[in-house]
Design a protein. Structure first.
Length: 231
């Protein structure tokens, strides 16, 4: 191979011409000959001793555990552990929930009455008779007992299951015990008996005690040790 500057013969693996010192361009196009890697120290790159500790780059340094906890931990102002104030269900809100429950029970009772009347008519028709005031008392007794059982199951079941009837759920109310937990079915049954008993004995005046009670409790709530709170 010849130098492109002075045409002097040079070895095939040479990088520069030995005669004129020019860098060989033909070296770039020579295939099959490994290129010698040349490593030169620049003034900026000082030689490093083997035993010299390697200094990590500042961008790759990780904070200590204490510093990491300060970074990850949210500010104290962001943590709000303040308990929500307890709000009791007032008289008018509870009255609205009771009206909704009354309408719900009435709809179920009307459906039960229609089905019972149809069955009663079919039974009398089998004997060639029709419904009249003479044979209506058994139907009335059956419906009265059925409506009472329906109301009992409605209030006891919903209060013992979630502490909310449909009316209380719509009005944002809940029946709880002293620990603000859902009451048991036994306590729900006692509360219903107290509600019915005090309500009939005082002609409904026992429920007005909610207006003066600091905790908005009626006599049935006191007897059953229950509270009605707002969600």
């Amino acid at each position: 191979m010849n130098c492109q500057n002075c045409e002097a013969a040079v070895p095939a693996d040479a990088e520069h011409c030995d005669k004129c010192g020019a860098k060989l361009l033909q070296r770039r196009f020579t295939f099959g000959v490994p290129r010698a890697e040349e490593f030169r120290l620049t003034p900026e790159a000082e030689p490093r001793q083997v035993d010299e500790p390697v200094q990590a780059d500042a961008d790759w340094q990780f904070p200590a555990r204490s510093e990491m906890s300060e970074v990850i931990a949210p500010p104290a102002q962001a943590l709000d552990d303040t308990p929500r104030p307890l709000r009791y269900g007032g008289f008018f809100r509870r009255l609205g929930a009771f009206v909704i429950d009354g309408v719900t029970i009435f709809l179920f009772a009307a459906l039960m009455a229609v089905m019972a009347l149809i069955g009663y008519k079919v039974g009398l028709a089998a004997h060639g008779r029709s419904v009249s005031w003479d044979n209506a008392p058994p139907l009335i007794v059956f419906l009265t007992i059925g409506w009472g059982l329906l109301a009992t199951v409605y209030f006891v079941l919903f209060h013992g299951m979630e502490g909310q009837t449909i009316g209380k759920w719509l009005c944002g109310l809940r029946v709880v015990d002293s620990d603000q937990q859902t009451i048991s079915y036994r306590r729900a049954w006692l509360r219903w008996i107290a509600s019915f008993g005090f309500g009939c004995a005082t002609l409904g005046l026992s429920f007005l005690w909610i207006l003066w009670s600091p905790e908005k409790r009626g006599w049935h709530d006191v007897a059953a040790r229950t509270w009605v709170i707002r969600d």
